[in-house]
Design a protein around this ligand. Structure first.
Ligand SMILES: *Cc1c(COP(=O)(O)O)cnc(C)c1O
Length: 216
């Protein structure tokens, strides 16, 4: 990405952990990237899945903001807090950048109800902890199935797991899973499955098991 930066570059988007792979950029790599990025280029780090991260070397981006005037960090209440339909999230950046952003931002803010819901959600860390436990259990369910059947997958730092398809059969696998009543994200190059309840995961895994030939 650094090599692709030129004088036309205005913004660089880093999704960390990444969607749809569930992979991540570590702290040292992110810092060295920021150190070498021109200060006129905005670096937006989208951390929609940050709460799920277990990797020890994941960057503490909020602490980096004071060092990098061109860094902005984006978070959402749509994932671990379960408030997707409230359309609420936030960005953290340096005051100068935020002031510039205000000029172009739409005059009306997020809704009052959504803001109240977000504040209440922040206080409900028990729900977050439960979501994280359920997610870890679900990831383990998928990993056990994939390992047992020798199916390659990407280690996930998020609430989904990505299974690449060497033979570009992702859409076909997605159609089979749809038949069993679940929508997953399918690309020709692989599938991304959101972690559900233990029962949901069991049903999806049973469907994948019936279609092992497509996964190999
Ligand atoms: C879900 C998600 C968001 C946040 O979306 P909202 O508009 O807040 O619901 C941002 N980035 C990525 C990569 C996401 O998956």
């Amino acid at each position: 990405m650094l090599k692709a930066v030129n004088d036309k570059t205005k913004i660089i988007w880093i999704c960390n952990p990444n969607n749809p792979t569930g992979t991540y950029v570590g702290g040292a790599d992110l810092k060295s990237f920021l150190d070498r990025t021109p200060k006129e280029v905005l670096v937006a780090v989208d951390e929609a899945y940050v709460e799920y991260v277990t990797a020890k070397d994941f960057p503490e981006t909020l602490k980096l903001i004071s060092q990098y005037p061109n860094l902005v960090v984006l978070r959402t209440f749509s994932k671990v807090y379960g408030l997707a339909s409230f359309r609420i999230g936030f960005g953290v950046g340096n005051p100068d950048f935020i002031q510039d952003l205000e000029v172009g931002r739409l005059p009306f803010n997020t809704g009052t109800l959504a803001q109240e819901a977000a504040i209440a959600a922040l206080d409900d860390q028990k729900f977050v902890a439960k979501s994280l436990t359920e997610n870890a259990k679900g990831i383990a369910q998928y990993v056990a199935f994939l390992e047992a059947n020798n199916i390659p997958y990407y280690e996930s730092q998020a609430n989904f797991i990505f299974i690449p398809s060497k033979r570009n059969l992702g859409m076909e696998i997605g159609a089979k899973v749809l038949d069993s009543g679940y929508i997953i994200r399918s690309f020709p190059f692989g599938i991304r499955i959101t972690i559900g309840t233990t029962a949901d995961n069991t049903t999806v895994i049973a469907c994948l098991k019936k279609n092992l030939d497509l996964l190999k």
